[in-house]
Ligand binder design. Sequence first.
Ligand code: SIN
Length: 279
Amino acid sequence: MSIGINKAANAIGAEISGVDLSKPIEPQTVSEIRQAFLDHCVIFFRDQTLTDDDLMRVGRYFGELQPLPPHRQFPGMYPELLIVEKKPEDVINFGWEWHSDTSHLPIPSLGSILYALEVPKKGGDTLFANQYVAYETLSEDIKEKINPLNAIHANGRIHNTLKNNRIPKRGEEVASAGHSDAWSTHPVVRTHPETKKKALYVNLTHTESIEGMSVAESQDLLHFLYEHSTQDKFTCRFKWQKGSIAFWDNRCCQHAALNDYPGEYRLMHRVQIKGTKPA
Ligand code: SIN
């Protein structure tokens, strides 16, 4: 074993040491990192100094990079590079609620690699929650009920939040759904294509309804699942420093970026790895 692995919390996350990602990585080390990623759902690196080319090279060790849709691309930047920036005057931060990235797309990304360039003096941590454990700890009755269900995922809640500069309250889901312009249907319980384990796959940011039910009718079950799946005991909390990296698996974890640093600046660069259709 050429890397060090230190668990971040009981349920999820591990910090990897002994790797300088600014240099080409040996295939054996890549496969150790990949195994740690599969075992822990999210892995972290510290004290890295990467260019955007390095970040994209690191992403490509784990799959093909997913370019951003044209309207999300940043002029003069690589089409695969997402800039996650919060300015002192911004109210809403990127990724402000629990989610699995791009689950409103037919093929959501496998995972994201987020690299910290500037962090606030305090705050700006990111939470991660293990969705295998979330599924495993449901009662057999609930598992039986949700196993055959599909859910509709969309982007209305994001549009609604950005339009009003305010996070919608419980009860405003139908209003949020009115803002959606992209939808995809995925199983409520998905099987991870590599580990073959089952994971809960609904999230507050994107999931709009259960297939066959109205948005309003779906909310009791969905909110039960959101609360269940993000309990503290399923989570870890990552404290960023300049040069930190988080690489998470959207197929088995959710994440949320804390918005507790008003008036400060935070800047991250992110690449996304192409996924497969959830099944
Ligand atoms: C995200 O959802 O990708 C943002 C996470 C973060 O900025 O910590």
